[in-house]
Design a protein around this ligand. Structure first.
Ligand SMILES: [Zn+2]
Length: 572
């Protein structure tokens, strides 16, 4: 199968794919005149099609001719070959077996390809070939490595042919062409990230390199963009600054901007943040879908019980409802969903103060804090009261002043929503006390605390039953009291989920409603563990158990629940 052993089979000669001696002679002459390869010439002259030529070679050399389906490409093989090597040699890595790397090529006549590839891959693998048409290979590269591979490649080759001393007109033309390519590249980058379901794009400059990463379902992935993109990083940064109305000339100060793009009929808001780093400007693009954001509480992944209790709480006339969890745990989406519920079911006046305003919500008055000019959460809250709102959303309670103002507001007949950074619901109570709030104020104002995390959902396309790790299974048994655990699943990994085994996210939650007993425990400054235990006795499902339920119903995995609840206890 290795065509090195059959070099003579990979030659274009009389009889191959029905080529006649006369045709071949003519092709040789033409190839010499144009200084291009014989392969290219026979294809250009239309003597055979590429498919005919390659099928004939495959037959003669005893190697496979492939159409390259997504499942032909294994992730470990993809990792072994960078996008720029694949683009440069026009090859697709397919699989690694017995230390050999199988790659698809459209040019088996290039006798140096094998040696060169082994060399650029640091002799990590022996190389074996299968054949596929150039078109199939280009398509597969694009699909596997994503975006821009082709554009970047073209831009690099434009660079290569740039002649020194070209006259001015050419330079103008050339810079226009370059600009158009950069625009195309940035568009491709956005389209690719969005179609991957990314929430963020990170462009990070290093000394001799640039890294482009997407955050998908809360986890960062390399975007697989050719390294040669580094030649265009200034152009890319400028283009991003232009679409977000930022100052192109300013490269020493951080800048924040926003933009809006349309893709396949959907509007997306972009929040752009630029940071000057040692090696150039780092760009972060937050992608906020406008149309798909607002759903309802069950769609966020909350159980029927939590939805029922939470809905009852948010229609109360006053008090504080807190959502807690680390950054990226979906707190904002939950709060906006609550606001949307209130907006559609009541005539209440809603004001928000946020850092930053993440989603535009028609019908709600939204403000953004500017601490650098003294416009803080606390000050905004006090000013808001003069507008006589019914409901207020305070982005985050970070300090005593904000906490006190929020509590005073709640006690004077307003409903206040906010977030806190704590690991579980019960700790939010003690956090407020630690900030210096009097226990009776916490006990009389806070109505409920929702702690939440996001876990990744198993990809439905490659879901399969999976035996859990024995140690984890033992811990789950003792935690749930179940003797026999239900079947659990995992995603094997496929091209639909970028070989992660996951697609999308869902929330796991614990909702602590302050009962009389819990208010008493708060007033007597009891430990968070005691409050937590009492809440469970009163029927609260903990974050961990909520996650285990989701695992047992086949939505996610034990590992994912452990990852998301890190910091809360599994072994108790
Ligand atoms: Zn999958």
């Amino acid at each position: 199968m290795d065509f090195e052993t059959s070099k003579h089979s990979c030659r274009i000669d009389v009889g191959l794919a029905g080529l006649t001696a006369e045709q071949l002679q003519a092709a040789r002459t033409e190839a010499a005149r144009q200084r291009i390869s014989l392969r290219e010439t026979v294809l250009k002259l239309g003597l055979v099609t590429e498919k005919e030529l390659l099928t004939a070679v495959a037959q003669r050399a005893g190697i496979d001719f492939l159409n390259i389906a997504p499942e032909d490409i294994a992730p470990d093989a993809l990792k072994a070959v960078s996008a720029n090597i694949a683009t440069h040699y026009n090859i697709v890595p397919l699989r690694i077996a017995d230390d050999a790397l199988w790659v698809a090529t459209a040019d088996p006549f290039n006798q140096n390809l094998k040696n060169e590839l082994e060399l650029v891959l640091d002799n990590s693998h022996r190389i074996y070939f299968v054949l596929a048409t150039s078109e199939a290979i280009t398509k597969a590269i694009r699909k596997s490595y994503g975006v821009g591979a082709a554009t970047v490649e073209k831009m690099v080759s434009d660079e290569d042919v740039q002649e020194p001393g070209a006259h001015k007109q050419d330079l103008v033309e050339e810079s226009k062409a370059r600009e158009a390519s950069v625009i195309k590249l940035v568009n491709q980058l956005l389209a690719d990230a969005i179609s991957d379901g990314a929430t963020d794009i990170h462009i990070e400059p290093y000394e001799n390199d640039i890294k482009v990463r997407y955050r998908v379902d809360g986890v960062l992935h390399d975007a697989g963009i050719p390294n040669t993109i580094r030649y265009f990083r200034d152009g890319i940064t400028s283009r991003i600054k232009i679409i977000s109305a930022l100052d192109i000339a300013e490269k020493r100060l951080p800048q924040d901007g926003r933009a809006q793009v349309n893709l396949a009929g959907h509007k997306f808001d972009l929040r752009i943040s630029i940071l000057p780093t040692r090696y150039g400007e780092a760009v972060n693009i937050r992608i906020l879908p406008q149309s798909t954001l607002i759903s309802d509480l069950p769609a966020l992944g909350m159980t029927e019980d939590v939805v029922k209790k939470l809905t009852k709480l948010i229609f109360r006339p006053h008090g504080i409802v807190l959502v807690t969890g680390p950054s990226g745990s979906g707190k904002t989406t939950t709060l906006y969903t609550c606001m949307n519920l209130l907006l559609t079911h009541t005539e209440n006046k809603i004001l928000t103060i946020e850092d930053p305003v993440e989603y535009d919500m028609p019908g709600i008055v939204q403000m953004q804090v500017h601490p650098e000019i003294g416009f803080t959460f606390a000050r905004a809250l006090r000013s808001m009261l003069r507008h006589d709102p019914d409901i207020m959303l305070v982005g985050e309670i970070r300090d005593l002043e904000t906490a006190e103002t929020a509590i005073r507001t709640a006690l004077t007949g307003h409903l206040v929503f906010s977030t806190l950074h704590t690991n579980d619901a019960a700790s939010a109570v003690t956090r407020l006390l630690d900030m210096g709030i009097e226990p009776y104020l916490v006990a009389s104002s806070v109505e409920a605390i929702l702690a939440q995390r996001l876990v990744r959902v198993i990809c439905p396309n490659c879901k399969e039953p999976h035996e859990p790790d024995p140690e984890v299974a033992t811990a789950v048994r003792s935690l749930t009291g179940l003797d026999e655990l239900p079947t659990t699943y995992r995603g094997r990994g496929c091209s639909k989920c970028r070989f992660t085994g996951f697609h999308g996210r869902t929330a796991i939650t614990e909702l602590l409603v302050l009962s009389d007993r819990i208010r008493e425990l708060t007033i007597s400054r009891r430990h968070a563990n005691e409050i937590d235990a009492q809440a469970r006795r009163e029927g609260m499902t903990s974050l961990m158990l909520s996650g285990l339920d989701k695992t047992h119903s086949g939505v996610t995995t034990y590992e994912e629940v452990l990852r998301a609840t890190k910091g809360t206890v599994l072994m108790e």
